[in-house]
Design a protein around this ligand. Structure first.
Ligand code: NAD
Ligand code: UDX
Length: 453
């Protein structure tokens, strides 16, 4: 079949996979190929056991795979053939050298840029899909356009705003799509080419055009603002636990103000995920390097509050359980950083598990989708941690349950059955405020939730 354009995505992860699948689904006129250096991942994308769990993803993959969606490890050939290349490689926090623990590690991005230069024989549009520090496009342009073949690459920023667990819904019906470019004739043309992809299913009024720096920075700012709301409500949850005010009632009361809005006001054990912490740290680092100390400190506090929330949760467990957790069986209900994903990157459950192990508790973990990742994350603790898929089995003879992830499953369990199988007094700590505490207490549990005395 003759395709109008060839779109390539480098990086077949949580962003590259779902994003490109949805593009393929809405643009049968384009050939969409996803490549990765990870052969295992590319092989998995070609089976029904996809490398990531995301509701609805498999259906879209099945609709498009082999028609206009392809997976490959032949990166050189695919780069050469592509008209537009989305770069969706990981940009984790640096773990070494200058900026360690804060700055973005751009080595995967830079390797990709060099691979593009080496394999290209024609002009291409390079789309920044990964989340990047502001002004990365400048560095990319330098690497790409310093080629000796006389090929011109135009860099466009198109950050991704999908959230895990709702990725397909978010991609199908995005609040907005952001496309930033250089404000030159070639920049505008490249921007329009990227806009035209989205116009196949996204209404034009939801496609925001901007300059390339605003686009890059908007992504960091969007995540910082979202995380800031969680830290703000979590800070209030601490106050509620001391005063008898109920944080869920406060969220409802303040969220009804249309200027505040009711989303992202659920007090919790803390935010996790691969993005919030990394992107705020990056914002902090950029501000610091530009000499904006107050700006850096302001955003750093969003992360400090999150860490405080995780520590506070474990402290509350300790105090409630008579100041010793040693040899007590504690079951974590959920290990994923949020419901409907198997992703455990930066999950608060990891930090809680670690703190409980430091208190010499016997830690058991149950989760419908994240046990494989949990075992990898906690491998250093060997058989000190136990993994059981069935929550009823996991809870047997336990001293306490701590809800870490708001899986629907945990809202619908038979807690009377669970209570009967536990040691008494049976404690329940709801880190996601998903249970009706008065019903739980009626069963006999000693129960505690976030932001409720
Ligand atoms: P990921 O780790 O799941 O996927 C990245 C993939 O890139 C990996 O499969 C890796 O093997 C591959 N890769 C790395 N270097 C490569 C190279 N040189 N050539 C080919 N492939 C290479 O990461 P992710 O969660 O998909 O995130 C990717 C980017 O998108 C990051 O910048 C992230 O901040 C951003 N982002 C993530 C989310 C999210 O919810 N996960 C949302 C929005 C934006
Ligand atoms: C986030 C952004 O939402 C998304 O736009 C961006 O592209 C990537 O980062 P993600 O991390 O996948 O998405 O999930 P999100 O729904 O934002 O949740 C992040 C964390 O915050 C989770 O641990 C979640 O449980 C927590 N959270 C969210 C709360 O604790 N309270 C809330 O009210 C909302």
């Amino acid at each position: 079949m003759n395709f109008q354009k060839k779109i390539l995505c480098i990086g077949a992860g949580y962003v590259g996979g779902p994003t490109m699948t949805v593009i393929a689904d809405h643009c049968p006129q384009y050939k969409v190929t996803i490549v990765d250096i990870n052969e295992e991942k590319i092989a998995a994308w070609q089976t029904d056991e996809l490398p990531i769990y995301e509701p609805g993803l498999l259906d879209v993959v099945k609709r498009t795979r082999g028609k206009n969606l392809f997976f490959s490890t032949d990166i050189v050939k695919e780069i050469d053939e592509a008209d537009i290349i989305f770069v969706s490689v990981n940009t984790p926090t640096k773990t070494f050298g200058e900026g360690k623990g804060k700055a973005s590690d751009l080595q995967y991005l830079e390797k990709t840029a060099h691979a593009i230069v080496a394999a290209s024989n024609s002009a291409k549009i390079i789309v920044e899909k990964s989340t990047l520090p502001v002004r990365t496009a400048e560095a990319l342009e330098k690497i790409l356009n310093s080629n000796e073949k006389g090929i011109h690459f135009e860099v466009v920023s198109n950050p991704e705003f999908l959230a895990e667990g709702t990725a397909i819904r978010d991609l199908e019906n995005p609040d907005r799509v952001l496309v930033g470019s250089r404000e030159t004739e070639e920049g505008f043309k490249a921007r329009q080419t990227v806009v035209d992809i989205y116009k196949n299913w996204v209404p034009d009024e939801r496609i925001i055009r901007s300059n390339v720096w605003s686009s890059e920075l908007s992504k960091l700012v969007a995540n910082a603002f979202l995380a800031q709301r969680i830290s703000s409500i979590n800070s209030i949850s601490a106050l509620c636990e001391k005063t008898g005010a109920d944080v869920t009632e406060i969220s409802r009361a303040i969220g009804a103000d249309s200027r505040i809005g009711n989303k992202f006001l659920n007090a919790s054990i803390g935010f996790g995920g691969s993005c919030f912490k990394k992107d705020i740290l990056n914002l902090v680092y950029i501000s610091e390097t530009l000499g904006l100390t107050e700006v850096a400190e302001y955003w750093e506090n969003v992360i400090k509050m999150n860490e405080y929330q995780e520590k506070r949760f474990v402290k509350r467990m300790l105090v409630t359980m008579f100041n010793t957790l040693a040899n007590k069986k504690i079951v974590l209900f959920g290990f994923a950083f949020k419901a409907d994903t198997g992703d455990t990157r930066e999950t608060p459950a990891y930090y809680v598990a670690k703190m409980l192990l430091e208190e010499h508790a016997n830690v058991f973990i149950t989760d419908p989708k994240a046990l494989k990742n949990a075992k990898i994350d906690l491998a250093e603790f060997g058989d000190k941690v136990n993994y059981i898929e069935d929550p009823y089995e996991a809870a047997k003879e336990a001293d306490a349950i701590a809800i870490m992830t708001e899986w629907n499953l945990y809202k619908t369990l038979d807690y009377k059955k669970i209570y009967d199988s536990m040691r008494k007094p049976a404690h329940l700590f709801d880190g996601r405020n998903i249970l009706n505490l008065s019903q739980i207490e009626e069963i006999g549990f000693d129960s505690h939730a976030i932001g409720i005395q």
